[in-house]
Design a binder for this molecule. Structure first.
Ligand SMILES: [Zn+2]
Ligand SMILES: [Zn+2]
Length: 99
């Protein structure tokens, strides 16, 4: 990880525009984006703003009406779930297993 990966052009990263948290985009991108709505997790990205192209973590994005989607705090626009963000979410979200 780090400078060598960047020099080799591996491991694209996405960064939260507010707090600077960085996520590595998995090499395998999901073909079909899955929308995962759960408890807000600031350690995961929420989406990308279609206007300013900023990405926000779930802690920095504004929660929309009803809490079913996230909004851009700057543009007040609904964030979209790109394939890259969807892949990060599915990589970090484990299926719910009841105890
Ligand atoms: Zn953030
Ligand atoms: Zn925006």
């Amino acid at each position: 990880m780090g400078i060598f990966d960047r020099l080799l052009g591996r491991g694209k990263e996405i960064r939260c525009a507010v707090c600077g948290r960085v996520w590595k985009v998995p090499a395998k991108i999901d073909k079909e984006p899955k929308v995962i709505i759960s408890v807000p997790r600031p350690d995961l990205p929420s989406g990308q703003c279609p206007i300013c192209n900023s990405v926000y973590c779930q802690g920095c994005a504004t929660l929309g009406k009803g809490g079913f989607f996230y909004m851009c705090p700057k543009c007040n626009e609904q964030l979209i779930l790109t394939h890259e963000i969807s892949s990060i979410l599915s990589k970090h979200t484990r299926p719910y297993t009841p105890k």
